[in-house]
Design a protein around this ligand. Sequence first.
Ligand SMILES: Cc1cc2nc3c(=O)[nH]c(=O)nc-3n(C[C@H](O)[C@H](O)[C@H](O)COP(=O)(O)OP(=O)(O)OC[C@H]3O[C@@H](n4cnc5c(N)ncnc54)[C@H](O)[C@@H]3O)c2cc1C
Ligand SMILES: Nc1ncnc2c1ncn2[C@@H]1O[C@H](COP(=O)(O)OP(=O)(O)OP(=O)(O)O)[C@@H](O)[C@H]1O
Length: 548
Amino acid sequence: MSAASSSSLPARGALEVPSLGADETGAAAGEAFRRYTSPSLRRNGGAGVAIVWFRNDLRVLDNEALLRAWAASEAVLPVYCVDPRIFGGSTHYFGFPKTGASRAQFLIECLGDLKHNLMKQGLDLLVRHGKPEDTLPSIAKAVNAHTVYAHKETCSEEVLVERLVRKRLEQVVIPHPQGGASNQKKPRNPKLQLIWGATLYHIDDLPFSVDNLPDVYTQFRKAVESKSAVRNCNKLPLVLGPPPNSGLDEIGGWGTVPTLESLGLSVTKSEKGMHFVGGESAALGRVHEYFWKKDQLKVYKETRNGMMGPDYSTKFSPWLASGSLSPRYICEEVKRYEKQRVANDSTYWVLFELIWRDYFRFISSKYGNSIFHLGGPRNVVSQWSQDQALFESWRDGRTGYPLIDANMKELLATGFMSNRGRQIVCSFLVRDMGIDWRMGAEWFETCLLDYDPASNYGNWTYGAGVGNDPREDRYFSIPKQAKTYDPDGEYVAYWLLELRSLAKERRNFPGASYIKQVVPLKFDGGHQKRDQQFNRQRRPGNMYRRQK
Ligand SMILES: Cc1cc2nc3c(=O)[nH]c(=O)nc-3n(C[C@H](O)[C@H](O)[C@H](O)COP(=O)(O)OP(=O)(O)OC[C@H]3O[C@@H](n4cnc5c(N)ncnc54)[C@H](O)[C@@H]3O)c2cc1C
Ligand SMILES: Nc1ncnc2c1ncn2[C@@H]1O[C@H](COP(=O)(O)OP(=O)(O)OP(=O)(O)O)[C@@H](O)[C@H]1O
């Protein structure tokens, strides 16, 4: 399938995703909220104050932590901690910025929109700069919160923070709220209540324990599709307010959503490509735009391997990663579309891809830190280089291969790259350059708007041939990929101006008209045969050995 036509991106100026504008976006979000509001929902005897600690779940719709807090209390306090480890820290091995400026900007927009949507529900968002384990206990003490509700994460950095928050909350003492049974009225500690909510399929509904998760994706998918059901989205009451009426002044009021400058970051808005608008409203707007307005869902499977413009794929990933969009909401919209318009392979395929996302999330739980280690979950031993000059030529889009360079420039300029592009640049870095795959993964961690540890490291370990599934060990031939997915060189000429004047068939093969190639390709002709030969050579026991 070739890439979408260049007419889908203007030659100058970035295209907003969604491209609806504020009014239409607001209307689409409002309509979604109306559909999911149930006026008959009532608090069920809740007492006292509950805190919602927002993490990667920056939404109001289908946010179970928020709803559980509402049901269990008389007043809800939503809190977000601007964690210096996330906004100021570095990646683990190679010290790149933990969160690049583009993603920070996207998250700031998510927070602004979350605050807005919470206010519409009679609440607000308390924003604090600091580590959750330092800030949440003092907030809990000030408002006498009996519980902190939050979504459960799976990777060790986030799990460590959960552990620290729990421990520090145990050191806080609060009085018991009025009205409980008399034997429960002694002072107590706020509890941390963690809720599973990032995946399409709930972890409790899997037909196996996470430790017994199949290592082959297809087995996982078939099992959940046949034996599990996706839960319904949680309905919202008419209002979620009020917030607590005392204690907030003591801790300095609601605080403000940070700006890029306040985080010591700056970003130059790209003149090209896509500009993603952060926030739950934009996310709901994008679902409306892609499914209903542009009616793209029915052709998704045919277009999804494209590289140009907003509509070859859903572009839901940045909102899914920040939690501004619930995968269950997407699923319900797919079902609604299938009823009202058409059901075909394409409508199903979006769910197929969302199951990949689930799969990597569960894999991160099963395999723990090994998804971040050089040998990956299978502990594969191999020779890797950390050649800085080669890595930088990849990072900056100066390899001499237009398809690689265009993709890397898109990533740098916009924080996004297509799935096709990601597979190609990953294969090039690890197979043709022989560079330590973690350098690539960490650079993606810095740049991607949709960075998600499980999906990023899961896909990189697959691409590097060290993933949990030994059969996933593929070499992507650059000439073959260029001919198939960018036959007229539209994509490379969009990102590399110097190629525009060349004949279409030469843009991906410019020879001396373009910069010198930094490495030869492992295989550059007779692609099919060579690809297979390469894969055979890399099987364990030859280039790869398994560690005993
Ligand atoms: C090396 C590499 C690194 C990646 N890093 C990330 C990452 O950090 N975060 C991330 O969300 N995705 C990552 N992906 C997966 C995939 O490239 C993106 O999810 C996808 O390109 C996002 O665009 P989209 O929303 O238009 O996807 P669509 O094609 O519209 O797919 C719909 C949704 O399905 C999910 N999905 C699709 N493909 C995958 C996949 N291979 N793995 C997991 N989920 C998938 C995503 O949530 C996506 O939004 C990576 C892929 C590779 C090869
Ligand atoms: N959310 C995350 N994003 C990126 N990396 C993560 C995340 N969670 C955990 N990691 C990585 O998991 C690894 C955990 O490191 P840690 O030192 O705790 O354990 P380890 O297994 O001994 O690893 P190492 O020996 O490589 O340091 C690190 O590579 C860390 O960066």
